[in-house]
Every structure is written in C-alpha cells, then in structure tokens.
Design a protein around this ligand. Structure first.
Ligand code: MSP
Length: 489
C-alpha cells in the first residue's frame, strides 16, 4: 500500500479561526481523503502554533497567562474541525512537552555541530511578523508583508548558518521541479534566492519575549517562534510509522497559504539540511480568499461571514464551494452570488436533478432495486466514457492537487448523464407497454445509477455525508429528501 502524509500550517491561537484557516484545513482534508480513496495509507496532521509574541500579546490583552489563553483557544480550532468534518490523524500543540523536547534536541544538535553562533545584531524589527527585515526588504519604510511600521532594534542573538545552504537549496529546487507547487511559486522562491541569503536569527531574548521554548544552551533566550513552529511537521510524527513500518517523515505535502512561502521554502529546508534530515516531497502554496480586494479574515466589509454558511447551508455544500471555487494557487473572492450560483447550478440542477430522476424512476418502476441492463448502444458507451474519464482525471491530477478541476470533471459526467436522460426520456419509456421500451428503461436506469455511483464515490472526499446519503438512495432505494435543495431567494 502506498503511503501519504500531509500537513496544514499550525495556526496562531491569537484569535478565533476564520475562513482562511478553514480553507487550508478543508483542502488538506480533501487531499488526504482522495489518497485514502485511491488506496493510500493516508494521514494528515494539523494543530496550533502557541508560542511567540502574537500569542503573548493576545493573552496580556485579556489579562490571562499565555498558557491559560492557549488552553482555551486551541479548543476553538478543534471545534471548528469537528463541524467541518475534518478527519485529521493528529492534532499538535507546540506547548506539548514532546514537541518542546524535540525542538530543544534539534537546537542542541545544530549548536554542537557549529551551525549556530552568537552575534550582536541591529535591524528593522516588525512586531506583527515577529522578525527582522533588511533595509532593502522594506516597502516605503514599512514591513513588506503586513505593511505595518517597523522599529530599529539592536540585540545579541543566536544565528543559524542559513546562508551556507543557499546553493544546495537552489540546486534542490532546480532538480525537483515539482517540489514547490504551483510552478509560478517556485519561480518566486528562485527569484528570492538570487540575492545572497542571510543567516537566520533563531533566538529572542527573554527580556522582551518570554513565551517560547528556552534555548538548551542559553537560558537567557527562547527560540524564534518560526523555528519552533516549523519543526512541528516532524516532531508530531517523530518515531511514528505507517502500518507497513515506513516512517511518516519526510512528509509528502506541506499545504500552506502563499503568505508563508519563504518560511516553508527557504527557512525550513535549510534548517532540515543543517539537521541532516530529509526534505518534504512537496510544498503547495494556495492563494487567498479575498473580499473587496484584500485578504479575508473575519467578517468582510460587506457583512458576509463565510462561517455562517456552514450553519445555513450545511457543511458539505460549504466544503464543495471552497474546493470548487478556488483554483489552487490563484486567489478567489468569496461572494454570496457565486455561492448561490455554484450550489444551484452544479449541485441542485446537475447532481441533485440527476440523482432525483434516477432514484424516483427506480423506486416507481423497479421497487427501489436497480434493474439489470440490456445491450449498450453508442449513447451508453459515450456516457460511460465520461465516468471513466472523471476517474482517470482524478487519479492523474491528485498529485498536483488540482481539486477544482477534478470536481469539474466529475460534474461533467453528471451533466452528460442529464443530457442522456433528456435524449432517452426514461419517464416516457416508463409509460410504454412495449418490451423494447421496457428493456431500454432498464438500461437507462442501470447506466444512470452507475454514473451517479461513480460521481458520488469520487465526490466523497469533498462531500462525505452527501455522498454517503446519495449512494444509500441508489443502493436500497432509501427514500431520500432532495439531497441538494435549490437556494431560493
Ligand atoms: N502560525 C503560522 C504558520 C506556522 S506553520 C509552521 C501562521 N498561522 S496563521 O494562523 O496566520 O495561519 C496562516 C494560514 O492560514 C495561511 O498560510 C493560510 O494557509 C491560511 N489563511 C489565512 N488567511 C487566508 C485567506 N484569506 N485565504 C486563504 N488562506 C489564508 O501563519
């Protein structure tokens, strides 16, 4: 059995989860479920990033200790994952003792190996991003990522010799063209690597940040939150194996948003090189959900809170929209109109209609049991080819996480079915007393059910519950409410 291990970023617990967190996690869940469907032993890990300044600040603002704050906030994430039917294999918290020990061991290893040194440092520090920027990285004198002001700071700190791995990293990227997906993100990283790489500051003096993992070789410092956080991908599965004994590490996929490309494609691989560990096989950076031209977090200016859609329209429909609307890699806009359009045209009209038609005709004409078919003609063979194509397409494209296109291809097979039903008009055949019409009806309903079963099975990773209900309707003629009601407004 082939193996698969994927990760989501671990989310900051400075606030409650929002659409961005939900999207990355749904995407990783769907990707992992596809691998299970295609016969992999598939596992994915998610979790929370609990150290660092953002969390320390959020706790202080509430007047509680950081530990109390994270103990409360990590639960919001777990609750949302349950609501979204996320089937993660393990949930990591960076305050877990095993994780802290792991990070300290790796720091000690690098220190003993001479990969870490102490230096007086001066630079532009961004509190928002919790990192220093070079003068030439600033945009209009501000943090190039968040656009927030930076402050000049000087302090002694420990540095990891990141620059020494620059050439090796460039070679790795060039030799493994699918290491960073999609391709244009790879080019972005290569572009970044054209300038000389600095060494990475991996410590913070406790005098200004106490909420972190203490450096094992200097009690005056904690480690930089990104050094701590990135290691979760390995610490969470350290010593664990797939049933066949293969270790989980290296991961097959790190799924991330484009905002954290550099940390994952420059810091993390060079850290791994320093530690003599293997690199993950792929890093996939998806785009953002936008609203009115900016990155979405909570309620948008227009009053849409995407999370309300889960309650109102159901979790599977919400998952479908996220997967179908955003082409992985690109940005997308969450809008009520596009939500209603997708649900009504693809789910209610195409899939829902096809399913209702076949289900009803099988129920009324064959007591809910799918009839045996007679001979297939050209039309049936053509229809069947759409199902085959959808399956093959899904298998061929899952490796590049082309989920929106996979969903589209599956829906194409359902659209082909509806066209076929219009042409063959089984509702008319059902009224005829002629033997050849009866035979044709049986064939139409049989192949219709086959196409739907295939589509529902392939859609199961995206819509687990609806798929199961639809399959049950076809299997034993279970009476089903319309599975995908139209949104009427
Ligand atoms: N804690 C770090 C990650 C450490 S991983 C070792 C972090 N956390 S975060 O809470 O800010 O979450 C960032 C991730 O949330 C992004 O990379 C992205 O996956 C997701 N998103 C946040 N807002 C988003 C959108 N508007 N749209 C899509 N996803 C975005 O960074």
């Amino acid at each position: 059995m082939p193996n698969f291990y994927a990760t989501t970023p671990i989310y900051y617990v400075n606030d409650k989860p929002h659409i961005g967190h939900a999207y990355t996690t749904v995407l990783t869940d769907v990707l992992t479920r596809y691998h299970k469907l295609f016969g992999f032993d598939a596992f994915f890990m998610t979790g929370v990033d609990e150290h660092g300044q953002k969390v320390q600040k959020a706790a202080a603002a509430k007047g509680v200790s950081p530990q109390e704050h994270v103990d409360e906030y990590n639960v919001h994430f777990k609750e949302l994952w349950e609501k979204l039917n996320i089937d993660y294999g393990y949930f990591i918290r960076t305050t877990d003792e095993s994780h802290k020990k792991f990070v300290q061991n790796s720091l000690q290893y690098l220190f003993d190996k001479g990969e870490i040194y102490l230096k007086e440092y001066e630079g532009w520090y961004s509190v928002g991003e919790e990192r220093y920027f070079e003068e030439n990285e600033l945009v209009d004198g501000k943090d190039p990522i968040s656009g927030r002001p930076v402050e000049w700071r000087s302090e002694k700190n420990y540095f990891f010799k990141m620059s020494k791995y620059q050439q090796r990293l460039i070679e790795h990227i060039n030799n493994n063209p699918k290491w960073i997906l999609p391709e244009f993100r790879k080019n972005e990283v290569l572009g970044f690597l054209k300038s000389p790489l600095n060494d990475l500051c991996i410590s913070r003096p406790k005098s200004r940040l106490s909420w972190g993992i203490e450096l094992p070789f200097d009690k005056e410092f904690v480690t930089y939150v990104w050094f701590d956080a990135l290691e979760n991908y390995y610490s969470g599965v350290f010593g664990k194996t797939h049933p066949d004994g293969t270790p989980y590490w290296p991961a097959d996929f790190h799924i991330i948003g484009k905002d954290i490309l550099t940390t994952h494609c420059v810091y993390w691989p060079t850290m791994l090189m320093g530690m003599d560990w293997e690199l993950p096989k792929h890093v996939l950076a998806h785009g953002w959900w936008m609203i009115d031209g900016s990155k979405m977090s909570k309620t948008s200016g227009t009053g849409i809170n995407p999370m309300d859609y889960i309650e109102q329209y159901g979790v599977d429909v919400f998952r479908y929209y996220l997967i179908r609307e955003l082409t992985v890699g690109q940005d997308a806009t969450f809008s009520h109109d596009s939500f209603v359009r997708r649900v009504n045209s693809e789910l209610a009209n195409d899939l829902g209609n096809g399913l209702n038609r076949i289900h009803k005709l099988v129920l009324t004409n064959f007591g809910g049991k799918i009839p045996r078919p007679f001979e297939y003609g050209e039309q049936e063979k053509e229809l069947e080819s759409y199902s085959v194509k959808a399956t093959e397409f899904a298998k061929a494209n899952i490796g590049e996480v082309k989920l929106s296109f996979i969903a589209e291809e599956i829906l194409n097979s359902v659209k082909a079915l509806n066209r076929y039903l219009e042409q063959t008009a089984p509702w008319k055949l059902a009224k005829s007393a002629e033997q050849k019409d009866k035979e044709k009806l049986a064939t139409v309903l049989y192949i219709g059910a086959e196409v739907l079963k295939n589509a529902l099975t392939l859609l199961a990773p995206i819509m687990p519950q609806k798929s199961e209900q639809g399959l049950a309707m076809l299997k034993d003629g279970a009476k089903g409410e319309a599975l995908f009601p139209r949104i009427e407004e």
